[in-house]
Design a protein. Structure first.
Length: 511
RNA sequence: GGCCCGUUCGUCUAGGGGUUAGGACGCAUCCCUUUCACGGAUGAAACACGGGUUCGAUUCCCGUACGGGCUACCA
């Protein structure tokens, strides 16, 4: 059997879109599943749209997600270079070969010429001008001009090389996801292969590289399906039809609501990331934060992304990268576009956050606690994590909550104070604060017991005191378990906060 | 407009000629709880439409509608 070799071939024209990340993931999973090679090839043939930082961004993103390439610009490999701008001679040679074989031709039409042709066909009622078998003899190219004229023009004018698409031919393509796709060559146009600046177009470079790099499967977004027949034709033209890779065109990621595919704007509109890492817009200088900065764990993003368009056919939803590799197959990729479901991503993140050990949060938590003079000696980490983890989907959620608890409660929730504060509550609070002050290191269980028996002794219902205790300790009406909060704060601070609050409450309510 | 691709709960999807059409997210209700969450339980919620084929179609075929992509010397 042929070696499995797949490639992710982004072009460095901006941030890596999350859809691109999914394409990379599927390529990676497919390669690893079948013991093949995952290759990253940089398709930087558009000089106008080239963005300097983009290539590095692609590597950083994939590295963050653990999608490491077997062959790439960074890593090298038997088919280097893996950057198209360093392979220009190869494309040029192949383009000229095609001209020689009669499969391509030189075209001298200027932008204005083409514009005119388009105008004219619109007037004639044809909606879109096509440069093809029907029109090419009307244009300025090496098919319509005499050899002398061609030589002359080649000397003095920029020109492109175009594919000579046959007039009447059925182009067939068996897509792994969509089945047979048939297109008549009369509806295709003579795509430019080599641009006038000497750069290849995607079509040429892609086919040449996939062939030379022995790519076995082309797994890419559905936006490429319309040009796939051109690529098939190119394989035929080069005489590589027997080495042609298998194609799998992935369904697109759609906007969460409304029409169209997911875009940068959607993220900003709905307040969720669409980039893996934060990206600084080259034109505006605006920083758009990414999944990583928003607190998504890489394993959660991977798991989530895997399910946007693929499913294992079982009811299992939580998959490690290893399990994904094991379970992945092209056959189980859906055909229809997928609306981007950020809720599901959050749910995955919540799950994966719960799996993290306490030390994972140590640094972030200590940064919040230290300015508040808490947790200096580092021994209460587990208790702090315990307090907030299960309620959180992101580390930031945990920190927000911890910050609220760590901050001295100077402004009690007035609603609660008005409705809950009374003489009984006051008595209970005074008694409990005295008890708390006796010791520093209480456990939540001990406190619970002490509290309960004290309230019993005083003949006060615990429910009357508890909301006020929360107010006294944190200033808030809602939050995590109270006794655990007291444990984590320690006896001294807890008692101090309560006495402090007692005074404040009196001042505010007269009780 | 032309060409190509698609269409099962709001969303991601399973299924497939005869099923109570299954799961997950989200939503609602209940339980747990001082509270907000977490967790647990329950519930509402879908085969786009019209023709065939068939004893029978959500499933196969054809149309229509709708959605998407492409239609550049962008990828």
């Amino acid at each position: 059997m042929k070696e499995i070799r797949v490639r992710f071939a982004p072009s460095p024209t901006g941030s890596l879109h999350i859809g691109g990340v999914r394409t990379a993931l599927y390529n990676y999973l497919f390669a690893k599943k079948l013991n093949g090679k995952f290759i990253i090839r940089i398709e930087d043939t558009d000089q106008n749209r080239y963005v300097d930082k983009a290539e590095e961004y692609i590597y950083d993103s994939l590295r963050w997600l653990g999608l490491e390439a077997d062959e790439s610009v960074e890593k090298g490999g038997p088919f280097a270079p893996y950057k198209q701008s360093e392979r220009l001679d190869i494309y040029k040679k192949h383009a000229y070969d095609l001209v020689e074989k009669g499969w391509a031709y030189f075209a001298f039409d200027t932008a204005e010429d083409l514009e005119q042709a388009r105008e004219k066909s619109k007037e004639g009622g044809v909606s879109t001008f096509q440069y093809n078998a029907a029109t090419r003899m009307l244009m300025k190219n090496s098919l319509s001009l005499s050899p002398d004229e061609v030589e002359q023009l080649k000397q003095n004018q920029p020109f492109v090389i175009r594919l000579k698409v046959p007039k009447k031919e059925e182009i067939r393509l068996n897509d792994l996801i969509r089945g047979w796709v048939m297109v008549h060559s009369s509806t295709m146009d003579d795509k430019v292969l080599l641009k006038s600046d000497g750069m290849p177009t995607y079509h040429l470079a892609n086919v040449v590289d996939d062939y030379l790099m022995k790519i076995s499967h082309v797994i890419r977004g559905e936006e490429w399906l319309p040009s796939a027949p051109t690529h098939v034709l190119l394989y035929q033209a080069f005489g590589w039809q027997n080495e042609m890779p298998l194609f799998a065109h992935l369904p697109l990621l759609l906007k969460p609501e409304g029409d169209g595919k997911l875009s940068k704007r959607d993220g900003m509109l709905h307040g969720f990331p669409v980039f893996p890492l934060s990206w600084t817009d080259t034109e505006t200088g605006n920083v758009i934060s990414g999944f990583r900065e928003e607190g998504y764990l890489p394993e959660a993003l991977i798991n989530f992304l895997a399910f946007q368009g693929w499913n294992p056919g079982t009811e299992q939803e939580i998959f490690s990268i290893w399990e994904l590799i094991e379970a992945f197959s092209l056959e189980r990729i859906g055909k229809s576009g997928t609306r981007f479901d950020i809720q599901k991503a959050k749910w995955f993140n919540h799950y994966y956050l719960q799996q993290k050990p306490d030390v994972f949060f140590a640094e972030a938590i200590s940064k919040v606690l230290e300015p508040c003079g808490l947790w200096k000696e580092g021994k209460k980490l587990g208790a702090w994590v315990n307090l907030v983890k299960s309620r959180s989907s992101f580390v930031a959620d945990m920190l927000t909550e911890i910050r609220q608890i760590a901050t001295w409660p100077v402004a009690p929730d007035e609603e609660t104070l008005k409705s809950k504060w009374n003489e009984d509550a006051k008595r209970g609070l005074i008694a409990f604060s005295d008890l708390l002050a006796e010791r520093e290191d209480w456990s939540a269980e001990e406190l619970k017991f002490v509290f309960q028996s004290e309230m019993e002794k005083l003949g006060i219902k615990p429910g009357k005191v508890l909301p006020n205790l929360r107010m006294a300790l944190t200033g808030k009406a809602a939050g995590p378990d109270l006794m655990t909060i007291a444990e984590v704060l320690g006896g001294t601070i807890s008692a101090q906060r309560m006495r402090d609050s007692l005074q404040r409450f009196s001042l505010l309510t007269g009780i």
